[in-house]
Design a protein around this ligand. Structure first.
Ligand code: HSE
Length: 431
């Protein structure tokens, strides 16, 4: 049976999961693919921590170049994460004639165009199934199974940490900090969860989904990004009363000749499939012209789920090598109907708004006066609590308004003496 050698750079949670699958399912995979996948080298800067898999110590090295320069290795699996030096390692490996598998969404979102071009130039492939949604087969589906489709929108719940936090806040009525601490305790959140809760990890994943669905590699600076740390349990209670759930959505959506790219907490109707995606689960909802509306759902993180995606890439690549095929990383064709990226300023939506105000006569009149000045029409107002001395939430739903008008109105309102905290506005999405 033909053998294909691989080298793994990054022996952390996902790396050791890949090693475990290749060991435990060795004969199953060989029977399925007709190829024996052999791990030739594993690189990590930490060779002492215990992993849940036993390996021959001779495979281990601290030197990535030792893996990259090994002429017997055909495929480099990069699982170290971070942009540098992962980028330099991948470039070097491509130059040495290796194919690449990576889960590194931050790197691909930032430098994917450069890396894919270099790979094509060298006749090599970069596969990245587990970069979005761990084991959910969304990359292959967009690239291959749905290749004949054009897309009008992609809505993703693509960050398990944020979704876990919002779900806990919704189900247990706990606050953001308690939910985050629980996520950390259960091992769902990274030790530094900043990229997750600020929406940046979701934006990286959205950039990759957009590349596949719309044929455009968008820069992070062109994605409007808001995180979830400003959400209060009260917002979730109000959302439910109004018939919504709050989810951190990553959205790429065609609007006329433009493409909207945004990540933000969103009110979505309780009746929509995405509203029931809870905990660390991810889901990607795609609206396509031929296959219709599709939902991809599954665990968005976790050792074996992510390793499953990596091994599926390994199987694809070994089949390509066996058949002597070169499938360029992407046969990406830009959607020609998209002429520009939309500015968030021009985005129109209904909004939920929470003001934290002193409970005094005239406060509501002032707020509504300012909204009216900017042409913003109120659909409903709620103030549940009542207290003369304390700050109370005033909750509004407004009819469709332009983002720039709403921002100007909120800036003015937030400067009123009676407004005690920065107002929070959350878009209501008609998914
Ligand atoms: N930190 C990510 C998440 C998992 O919380 O979804 C890896 O992409």
């Amino acid at each position: 049976m033909r053998k294909i050698n691989i080298g793994i750079i990054g022996f952390g949670t996902v790396g050791s999961g890949v090693v475990k699958i290749l060991r435990d399912k060795k004969s199953f995979l060989a029977e399925k693919t007709g190829i024996e996948i052999c791990i030739k080298k594993i690189c990590d800067k930490d060779l002492t921590s215990k992993r849940n898999v036993s390996i021959d110590k001779k495979l281990l090295t601290k030197s990535a170049l030792e893996v990259i320069n090994d002429p017997q290795i055909d495929i480099i699996v990069e699982l170290m994460g971070g942009v540098h030096p992962a980028k330099e390692f991948i470039i070097e490996a491509l130059k040495k004639g290796k194919n690449i598998i990576t889960a590194n969404k931050a790197l691909l979102a930032q430098d994917g165009s450069e890396l894919f071009a270099l790979a094509a130039d060298r006749g090599k492939s970069i596969y990245f199934e587990s970069a979005v949604g761990a084991g959910i087969p969304i990359i292959k589906s967009l690239r291959e199974s749905l290749a004949a489709n054009s897309f009008s929108s992609i809505y993703g719940i693509v960050n398990g940490t944020s979704n876990f936090i919002l779900s806990r806040m919704s189900q247990e009525s706990c606050n953001f900090t308690d939910a985050l601490n629980e996520a950390k305790k259960l091992g769902f959140a990274e030790s530094d969860p900043t990229l997750d809760i600020k929406g940046i990890d979701s934006a990286h994943k959205l950039i990759l989904l957009t590349y596949l669905a719309f044929g455009k590699m968008v820069s992070l600076k062109d994605v409007h990004i808001e995180g979830i740390s400003q959400i209060l349990p009260a917002d979730i209670v109000y959302a439910k009363e109004l018939g919504f759930e709050i989810k951190l959505l990553a959205i790429a959506k065609k609007e006329g000749d433009g493409l909207e790219m945004r990540v933000h907490p969103t009110f979505i109707p309780k009746t929509h499939l995405l509203s029931s995606v809870s905990g660390i689960f991810n889901a990607i909802y795609a609206e396509s012209d031929l296959a219709g509306d599709l939902l991809f759902y599954g665990p968005g993180a976790g050792q074996m789920a992510a390793a499953s995606g990596v091994v599926s890439d390994l199987i694809d690549l070994t089949q390509d090598i066996k058949a002597g095929l070169f499938r360029p990383t992407m046969n990406i064709v830009a959607d020609k109907s998209i002429k520009r990226l939309c500015s968030i300023d021009d985005y129109k939506s209904r909004y939920y708004i929470r003001f934290m105000a002193n409970d005094k006569p005239g406060v509501l009149a002032k707020i509504s006066g300012i909204l009216a000045k900017y042409g913003i029409s109120i659909a409903s107002v709620t103030q549940k609590e009542r207290s003369r001395s304390h700050v109370v939430p005033i909750v509004m739903v407004i009819h469709e308004a332009e983002e720039k008008d709403l921002c100007s109105a909120l800036n003015t309102i937030d400067r009123l003496d009676t407004i005690k905290e920065k107002s929070v506005a959350i878009r209501i999405e008609e998914v």
